[in-house]
Design a protein around this ligand. Structure first.
Ligand SMILES: [Zn+2]
Length: 126
């Protein structure tokens, strides 16, 4: 006889799996948002479905990346290919918010580079 969970138990179980997916994605991505590369923690990370559920994406860890709230909301049910194009090569006339993410990405990459150079200069191995 299979044990049936109550709705409450099922919701708690789903939330635990969602939390585990979110946290494991965050660890894999070095604590960064997949899109803007900002630093995230376990409190502000969200699960982004690479292929949105609205377009047939599965609720499975292979389809989940860690993203900040802004990127997750903005991407919505957009394809990841289009979203990456919008934030890595924003074109004139496209919404300003994509340019802001583009800028954040560039800034985060530059800060990482600077940090590496500082550590190298003082002889700290990372
Ligand atoms: Zn982000």
């Amino acid at each position: 006889m299979a044990y049936r969970l109550s709705r409450y138990q099922q919701a708690r179980l789903d939330a635990a799996f969602a939390r585990a997916d979110r946290e494991s994605a965050l660890r894999k991505q070095d604590g960064r948002c997949k899109y803007c590369l900002c630093k995230l923690n376990y409190k502000n990370v969200t699960r982004d479905h690479v292929v949105a559920r609205a377009t047939g994406g599965l609720d499975h860890r292979n389809n989940i990346v860690a993203a900040c709230v802004r990127c997750n909301r903005l991407k919505g049910s957009m394809s990841v290919k289009l979203f990456l194009r919008l934030i890595t090569h924003p074109l004139p006339g496209e919404h300003m918010v994509y340019r802001m993410i583009w800028f954040d990405r560039r800034l985060n990459i530059a800060l990482d580079e600077m940090e590496k150079n500082v550590f190298r200069a003082v002889g700290i191995k990372q």
